[in-house]
Each structure stands twice: as C-alpha cells, then as structure tokens.
Design a protein around this ligand. Structure first.
Ligand code: ZN
Length: 174
C-alpha cells in the first residue's frame, strides 16, 4: 500500500513538473512519464535513459532497436561496430576543450568563446576518429560514411520524437 501511494505521488509530481530539463536530477520524472507510455519513441526514451540516467542496462536495448530502425529505413543491415561507434558519438558529444560549456576561462572572471567548437559546446568528430571507432580503415571510410551518418540521423530522430512526446504530455498535464 505504501509503495502504491508513493508511486502515485511520484507520478503526480512528474506530470506536474513544469520544468522538465534533460538532466540527471529529473531522470526519475522522465522515467515515470516514459512508463506512462507518452514517449513518441521507445528508442528515444532508452537513449535518454542511457545518456542522462547513466543507466548502462539500457545500452543493449539501444543497440538492438537502432539496428532494427536502420534496417527498416534502409533495407539492409549495418555492422555492429558502426552502431557502437555512433552510440559512442551520441554519448560523448561534448567539446573536449571546454567540456561543453562553449567558453574557456582565461582568468578569474574573464571568459572567451571556445575556438575548438566555435562556442557550440559540441564535439565534432573527424572521419579518422569515426573510422577508428568503427574499426574501419580510414582509406575505406567513404564506403561506410553514409550508413554512419544515417545511424546518427536515426538517433537524432528518435530522441526528438521522444522529447516531443514528453513535451506534449507535460503541456496536457499543465
Ligand atoms: Zn569547446
């Protein structure tokens, strides 16, 4: 009974949360909403859980769903090493120089735009890095690049669909 009450209270808090940011602190709320089936994408929900919930148990589910999604969209299979590399790029997407803050601290209260990422905070992967992570020779990368970019697009689309579903659910609850 206590568990049921606590669960209901948690769900109420989650659907009333007006400021659902995609951070570690709100992953519990995100999980509750996902469990209610409001997400636009199961893959997107699992990707968010893997990235922001630091839930490693979601990894294999992401690999399997991504593989299926790719196959449905492209009518051919993609190698597992490309999937692992694309997931790694999704998870580790912060600029290594500024740590994703988009600015570099020069002095106590002096900051400058990070030139490595052009102040976007995003890490930009080179072909060499992508090929290496995919266990593909750089000279052969051009044969795999299209599939790789398609995998990144699958990830992006799933996450966007999930977030749209959540935003709608929050708007309905407000
Ligand atoms: Zn940067």
């Amino acid at each position: 009974m206590t568990t049921l009450l606590r669960s209901r209270r948690h769900e109420a808090r989650a659907v009333n949360s007006r400021n659902l940011s995609w951070s570690e602190s709100s992953i519990a709320d995100i999980d509750v909403l996902t469990a209610r089936g409001v997400s636009g994408s199961t893959l997107g929900a699992d990707l968010e859980r893997l990235k922001f919930g630091y839930d490693k148990s979601a990894y294999q589910a992401c690999v399997d769903q991504l593989s299926l999604k790719f196959q449905r969209r492209n009518w051919h299979r993609v190698s597992a090493s490309l999937i692992h590399a694309a997931l790694h790029e999704f998870l580790d997407d912060r600029c290594p120089d500024c740590g994703g803050r988009a600015a570099i601290q020069l002095d106590v209260d002096e900051f400058a735009d990070c030139s490595t990422c052009n102040a976007t905070g995003q890490r930009r992967y080179t072909d060499a890095e992508r090929a290496h992570a995919s266990s593909v020779r750089l000279s052969a990368w051009s044969h795999h690049e299209r599939d790789y970019l398609e995998l990144l697009e699958c990830i992006r689309a799933a996450v966007n669909s999930h977030r749209r579903g959540m935003t709608r659910a929050l708007a309905d609850a407000a």
